[in-house]
Ligand binder design. Structure first.
Ligand SMILES: *Cc1c(COP(=O)(O)O)cnc(C)c1O
Length: 510
């Protein structure tokens, strides 16, 4: 009798010796390729032009008819990696985009291999409780009380959206006994307003638009000289809104603005929000990591009074993308997200005490991202974790001092609250500082020296260092500053620009 051989076994993680072998063989090949490219990596970017990378990738075979050995596929992936931004590099300091911790990379292997889905208990039995424990641990660290709760999210965008969604629904419920979940927006929805500072993240507006309130429902408050929300202007705007018969219902405080890392006066804002019946949401996507720092923890004062909080772990917690969380002071407010699906989270299960985390999320199928934070906190340790963050904040302060000593640099936030510095090179002989700094930005990238950010402050182009990497040292910074001034001066001598061609490659600069 002929036996039918199941030819799919080698493609899946499975029980027994053959499953072990298949898994190890496959994963080892990928691990080796990654480790080999890292060993060869010298610069944060290969320096090739967008056009040449595009041509290379667009020419890649996307699928094969009968399958090919993974080794061949990995050859192409290696090319892709060699042309990627090397976020692990010490001079890759553009965005809030972190080098991921090694224990978290190991966690990603466990997350993908076990492939738990956090929506219902029967898809994530043990993981459900670990996520719940991590959330409660984080609530305590944030200073939230027993009635608090939270959920892991895909990041700050989703967390901010959830905060404003619950704020809207709670307000409509209280004000008009109106159930938005069932009936949609109430007749007076066009009077609803959200307040935040001018420096708040763009996802506040984006959320307002997605929540049917429109971007114009977001009223932007002026910032003070430290780029924090101005309390006098906030009070003035609030009075005006009330006198116009509008309905301010939410106030968003930012703890770590994206450009300057500035922290709004959270304590005062919380008080004011309470007095005026506003939901207080704190966007601590960036600054939330200060809960781990002994030196900087005090800057979070007031966050514990928030109705809801956004924290990202794929920024200053050094987790691979994606990993974030959303917290609520009063867990009962999750009721505005509640849906019961017969196949997933029937009410009878709840009566039996089965936890279905879908009740707390706008997502359904959801990754077990709590595991990577768990493995990181355990493996790194809270004290070293705090010291890593402190190092980056001290480095930013040193960098600012260094720029001022060197001269020629104009620093917009000379006393950085966190680890971001906005500045530009302004030699006296330069005519157009915006253009010069745009060219410097390009030259640093295409020479492979450093990946810096470019931002706009009051209509002008500036450069930005976001110093998340705890491996970056003041020596690395000094070398970059030297390079920036050399390149700047070279550009000036050569008529204000390096090369007009779009296809700028490393060769054009030297
Ligand atoms: C990064 C960031 C966000 C957006 O978070 P994502 O994780 O990118 O979705 C929101 N607010 C602030 C202050 C941020 O820095």
């Amino acid at each position: 009798m002929a036996t039918v051989i199941n030819t799919f076994d080698h493609l899946f993680l499975h029980e027994g010796i053959s499953g072990r072998q298949a898994y190890i063989q496959t994963v080892d090949a990928a691990k080796k390729m990654i480790a080999d490219t890292m060993r060869e990596m010298k610069e944060p970017y290969c320096g090739e032009s967008p056009a040449s990378i595009e041509a290379m990738i667009r020419g890649m075979k996307l699928a094969s008819l009968e399958g090919e050995d993974l080794q061949y596929v990995l050859k192409d992936v290696e090319k892709l990696l060699l042309h990627s931004i090397h976020v692990n590099h010490k001079t890759c300091i553009a965005h809030l985009h972190c080098p991921p911790l090694l224990p978290a990379l190991a966690a990603e292997m466990v997350i993908s291999a076990s492939n738990q889905s956090m929506d219902s208990w029967d898809q994530s039995s043990a993981a459900t409780y670990l996520e719940e424990e991590m959330i409660q641990w984080l609530c305590r660290r944030l200073g939230l009380e027993n009635r608090s709760d939270g959920t892991f999210t895909s990041g700050g965008t989703q967390s901010n959206y959830m905060g404003l969604l619950l704020a809207r629904d709670e307000f409509c419920d209280k004000q008009w006994n109106w159930n938005v979940q069932k009936k949609g927006l109430p007749p007076d929805a066009s009077r609803l307003r959200i307040l935040c500072s001018k420096a708040a993240h763009f996802t506040v507006k984006k959320s307002a638009s997605q929540l049917g309130l429109g971007e114009d429902a977001v009223i932007q408050v002026e910032t003070d000289s430290f780029h924090r929300l101005s309390l006098p202007d906030f009070r003035k705007k609030l009075r005006t809104l009330k006198s116009e018969n509008l309905l301010p219902f939410a106030l968003v405080g930012t703890c770590g603005t994206t450009d300057f890392g500035s922290i709004d006066p959270l304590g005062k804002m919380a008080e004011s929000a309470q007095e005026n019946g506003l939901w207080f949401h704190v966007d601590a996507a960036y600054g939330g990591a200060l809960i781990l720092s002994r030196n900087e923890f005090h800057k979070l004062q007031g966050i514990e009074k928030a109705d809801s909080i956004t924290v990202d772990f794929h920024k200053l917690f050094y987790q691979p993308i994606s990993c974030g969380a959303f917290f609520l002071k009063e867990k009962r407010n999750f009721k505005y997200l509640n849906y019961h699906a017969d196949y997933l989270n029937p009410e009878e299960d709840e009566q039996e005490g089965l936890l279905h985390l879908v009740n707390k999320s706008v997502q359904t199928t959801r990754r077990f991202d709590a595991l990577k934070l768990f493995m990181s906190l355990r493996s790194v340790g809270l004290e070293p974790f705090g010291r890593m963050i402190d190092h980056t904040i001290e480095l930013a302060a040193q960098t600012s001092k260094q720029m001022q000593q060197l001269g020629g640099f104009n620093v917009i936030n000379p006393n950085p609250e966190m680890n971001a510095i906005v500045f530009r090179y302004e030699p006296p002989e330069a005519m157009d500082h915006c253009k010069l700094n745009r060219e410097i930005h390009r030259a640093m990238l295409y020479s492979g020296q450093a990946v810096l950010a470019k931002t706009n402050h009051r209509g002008h182009t500036y450069l930005k260092f976001t110093l998340l990497n705890p491996r970056t040292t003041i020596a690395d910074i000094n070398a970059m500053l030297l390079k920036i001034s050399e390149l700047g001066n070279w550009i000036l001598r050569n008529g204000g620009q390096l090369n007009e061609q779009q296809d700028t490659s490393r060769a054009s600069y030297y």
